[in-house]
Design a protein around this ligand. Structure first.
Ligand SMILES: NC(=O)c1ccc[n+]([C@@H]2O[C@H](COP(=O)([O-])OP(=O)(O)OC[C@H]3O[C@@H](n4cnc5c(N)ncnc54)[C@H](O)[C@@H]3O)[C@@H](O)[C@H]2O)c1
Length: 483
């Protein structure tokens, strides 16, 4: 079907961006706001956003004029009567959305497709509240809508045949990449992303590592575009807390229980960038810690020891039989190795993450001087230091492997294909690779073994390796079968 005239209800952060996306693609848009004041704000969003594009040379003055000329702004919902598609982007409150859809159902012609941009509310419930449940779907854009390429196209068990294909075709026409999914709270991106971010808050709360170090591990070590706390501040802690609540309400899984620390920050009004303070004070990064390496002799044990010794040697640190610092690579628990040493206070675990990050692991017996010296040594090697406790997976693997396991479980449940999940996470979160691509790059066995260790330590059921992952490892397969 052709979508020649599109309505957008609610011209806030998302709605204004969505209106711009359609107008840029040459489609006529009717933007509806609640009152004149909000309408003026919506017009402001559109003018600023296209103005920025003009300043950056991404639009000519004529193109900008044409885009703005395609958007009609109004406070009268009745103006949507002959729209082919109406997308709702009003606040995330089910009662508001149901009331709006009931009204749109009355106003719009019977063929009009009604879509919600909800992040976490049930599309099925919104559809069922109308007299046209077959033609009510989700169209989940990402912020900022003109820039982010992903659109999750959400169908329900009530959706009529062919509609999701038509809407996907429209998304391509808008220059977006559609991923068609079913109506499960959080869809693909939020259902995978938010529990991982929440998990980071749990590790912080348990004192496994500090805020900046956890962010550094995931950004510099794993290669994600932002650390979890910087991203939580961007999303808004209130939004994150609400989505976790919705996920928990649906699954009752402890994996989805909102971190108490999130609740406390939200209660204190520290919501992230929008209030100027969240996990971070928004007035600039904290100064990095200056480590000093006071080391006269060092020994290195464990997998990869030779390589590290060579690097230390090149930096002027000699291996010694009477070391004041003992580095234990890779293996854990570090404490089991430490207690076998004559002086456990001198033993530190080192876990290298990617090319640039060293997790420096203190046990309960490691002296602060030793931990500081080990951190200094890693800095001399040009590595970013992530001090952390002796816990399964330390920081990066604990967060990443659990996140990847969630993706495997999601796929195994039949909710989304491997390609859909990889595409959604790459385009929706800016990941350098999708979860399945990451799994295959790291090695299925390594992730499976890491998950077993996490489960053995935390007894968290969702850390147990997904049966599909276990089976692939048992079968000796290096990759997931694609359909
Ligand atoms: N902000 C994000 O990052 C993001 C990303 C994806 C999806 N979403 C979803 O998009 C929706 C909107 O979020 P937002 O961040 O743009 O909110 P927002 O608060 O910035 O904008 C909501 C707008 O809706 C208007 N509005 C409220 N009631 C209305 C009504 N009855 N009729 C017309 N307009 C009305 C408000 O005046 C406001 O301008 C929510 O469902 C949210 O979950 C948000």
């Amino acid at each position: 079907m052709a979508f020649e005239k599109v309505g957008v209800v609610g011209l806030g952060t998302m709605g204004a961006g969505i209106a711009e996306v359609f107008a840029r693609a040459g489609i006529r848009v009717i933007g509806v706001e609640a009152d004149a004041e909000a309408l003026a704000r919506g017009r402001g969003h559109l003018e600023r956003s296209t103005g920025r594009a003009l300043d950056k040379g991404r639009l000519t003055a004529e193109e900008r004029e044409a885009i703005l000329g395609r958007v009609t702004l109004t406070t009268a919902r009745e103006d949507l009567a002959d729209a082919d598609l109406v997308i709702e982007a009003i606040p995330e409150v089910l009662e508001y959305k149901v009331a709006l859809f009931t009204d749109l159902d009355r106003i719009c012609k019977p063929e009009t497709v009604l879509a919600t941009n909800t992040s976490s509310l049930p599309v099925t419930a919104i559809a069922a509240a109308t007299g046209r449940p077959k033609r009510v779907i989700g169209m989940h854009f990402f912020n900022p809508a003109p820039v982010m390429r992903l659109v999750e196209v959400v169908g329900t068990i009530l959706t009529e045949d062919g509609l999701l294909e038509d809407v996907s075709h429209l998304a391509w026409q808008l220059g977006k990449t559609p991923v068609v999914v079913g109506d499960l709270a959080g869809f693909v991106v939020n259902r995978l992303l938010l529990p991982y971010l929440n998990h980071a808050a749990v590790l912080l709360e348990h004192g496994v590592a500090r805020r900046d170090d956890i962010d550094a591990a995931m950004r510099k070590g794993v290669g994600l575009p932002m650390g979890p706390f910087a991203l939580l501040d961007l999303i808004g802690l209130d939004t994150a807390y609400e989505i976790m609540g919705v996920l928990f309400g649906e699954t009752r899984s402890t994996r989805h229980a909102p971190a108490p620390l999130l609740r406390e920050l939200v209660g204190a009004g520290l919501l992230g960038r929008k209030t100027g303070r969240g996990f971070y004070d928004q007035d600039g990064p904290a100064p990095a810690e200056a480590w000093k390496a006071h080391v006269t002799g060092v020994t290195v044990h464990g997998e990869g020891a030779e390589e590290l010794v060579a690097r230390l040697d090149a930096a002027g640190f000699r291996a010694s039989d009477t070391p004041d610092l003992v580095l234990r690579l890779g293996e854990r628990p570090v404490i089991e190795h430490a207690v076998r040493h004559a002086d456990p206070s001198r033993v530190v675990g080192i876990h290298l993450v990617g090319q640039d990050v060293a997790e420096v692991v203190s046990t309960v017996l490691t002296s602060p001087e030793t931990a500081g010296a080990a951190a200094g040594l890693m800095t001399v090697l040009g590595l970013t230091v992530v001090p952390c406790k002796d816990r399964a997976g330390f920081v990066a693997d604990a967060l990443l492997f659990a996140h990847l396991n969630d993706a495997v479980r999601m796929h195994a449940s039949g909710y989304a294909s491997i390609d859909a999940i990889d595409t959604a996470m790459r385009l929706g979160c800016g990941y350098p690779a999708g979860p399945f691509e990451m799994l295959e790059r790291i090695g299925l066995r390594k992730v499976r073994d890491g998950l077993r260790a996490l489960y053995a330590e935390y007894r968290e059921p969702s850390f147990a390796p997904a049966p599909l992952l276990d089976q692939l490892v048992a079968a000796g397969l290096p990759a997931f079968p694609r359909a």
